[in-house]
Design a protein around this ligand. Structure first.
Ligand SMILES: Nc1ncnc2c1ncn2[C@@H]1O[C@H](COP(=O)(O)OP(=O)(O)O)[C@@H](O)[C@H]1O
Ligand SMILES: O=P(O)(O)OC[C@H]1O[C@](O)(COP(=O)(O)O)[C@@H](O)[C@@H]1O
Length: 309
């Protein structure tokens, strides 16, 4: 069973306009609302691929209710801890020329009692058959080492863990030895304190260092340039697929979803890589944070090139 954990879900508002004029009145061409937050997007994509998940985390207020109701309509199981404060709204501004500006709220205050409830819930789901996806930022009231606290707890019951987080959350979380990770270029450059655009060789060195810290799969996503995938046995590079880009928001989550779905099914490495590339490129073609269709993913899978390094 795949359990996605979104501590800080969001309603994602995508505002589309030709060009953003700072300091002026901007009239939008279109505005879309999706339920989001990294783990929830992972659940949406796994559902689109024909898989099942349980989505958990914290949800509160009318925005939290909208998330839970929408998940139900989508046929995605959810089991959130209900909190007294309101789930956040994130704004994504998509300009005609493809520039995306993201304005993410910090999120509501979560109490110690609410966190205890979630921790107990996660432990109750943990078993050798569970893959947890811990993804995204954390709301107020929770410490930056929360993933380090939770990962060993569920791993001690035999569960596998996929971690997708940035900054301090990523750095602390790594100490919990997550099985699978998907940093993007900026996250890796930040973690290794590089204030310039690192080369592919440097990314591979970083990826191997991350493997030595305890992960068995490191996926390094590079936006339209594609991705690198490293295991203890093999390192590969996949050039980005040429697609008609609409919104890049959620592309990373689609890659995490595809890898989780495929690893949980025990697909072979090449199949997992193909699915990851196809699902993430497919996510870019959809509006807002909508997942790609299964048909599109199957079509794109045929175009994935895997270069063994
Ligand atoms: N413009 C694009 N064209 C094709 N594929 C893309 C594009 N942007 C992202 N992707 C795909 O999505 C993956 C994740 O995107 P990336 O931007 O690196 O992640 P994140 O959303 O976590 O920052 C990439 O590795 C790539 O496969
Ligand atoms: O928890 P964070 O880091 O604020 O990220 C949440 C945001 O990330 C997203 O999940 C998109 O993430 P990606 O573009 O990295 O796939 C949005 O749906 C959401 O608003």
């Amino acid at each position: 069973m795949i359990v996605t954990v979104t501590m800080n879900p969001a309603i994602d508002k995508t505002a589309e306009l030709d060009q953003l004029e700072k300091g002026s009145l901007n009239r939008l061409n279109n505005c879309l609302t999706d339920i989001g937050g990294k783990g929830i997007n992972v659940s949406k994509t796994i559902k689109a691929m024909g898989g099942e998940t349980v989505a958990t985390g914290f949800c509160g207020g009318s925005t939290g209710k909208l998330i839970e109701d929408t998940l139900e309509k989508l046929g995605i199981k959810s089991d959130f801890i209900s909190i007294s404060n309101e789930t956040r709204v994130n704004l994504k501004i998509v300009e005609g020329k493809g520039i995306v500006t993201e304005l993410n709220e910090p999120g509501p205050l979560v109490t110690k009692e609410e966190l205890k409830e979630l921790t107990e819930k996660l432990v109750s789901y943990a078993s050798e058959d569970t893959l947890f996806v811990f993804a995204g930022s954390i709301p107020k009231g929770i410490e930056k080492d929360i993933y380090l606290e939770l990962i060993p707890l569920v791993k001690s019951k035999g569960a596998k863990v996929f971690l997708d987080a940035d900054g301090e959350l990523f750095a602390h979380g790594l100490e919990g030895r997550p099985d699978y990770i998907k940093p993007n270029r900026a996250e890796l450059e930040g973690y290794y304190n590089k204030d310039y655009r690192v080369t592919e060789e440097e990314l591979l060195v970083m990826g191997k260092d991350l493997l030595s810290k305890g992960s068995s799969l490191v996926a390094i996503s590079l936006g339209q340039m594609g991705a690198l995938f490293l295991t203890g046995e093999v390192s590969v590079k996949c050039p980005g697929l040429k697609v008609d880009a609409h919104s890049t928001v959620g592309a990373g989550d689609a890659m995490v979803a595809a890898l989780s779905f495929s690893l949980d099914k025990k697909d072979d490495f090449a199949e997992s890589v193909r699915l990851a590339m196809a699902a993430s490129a497919g996510a870019v073609t959809t509006q807002g944070t909508k997942p790609p269709s299964k048909e599109l993913i199957e079509e794109l899978k045929k175009k994935v090139e895997i270069i063994y390094l």
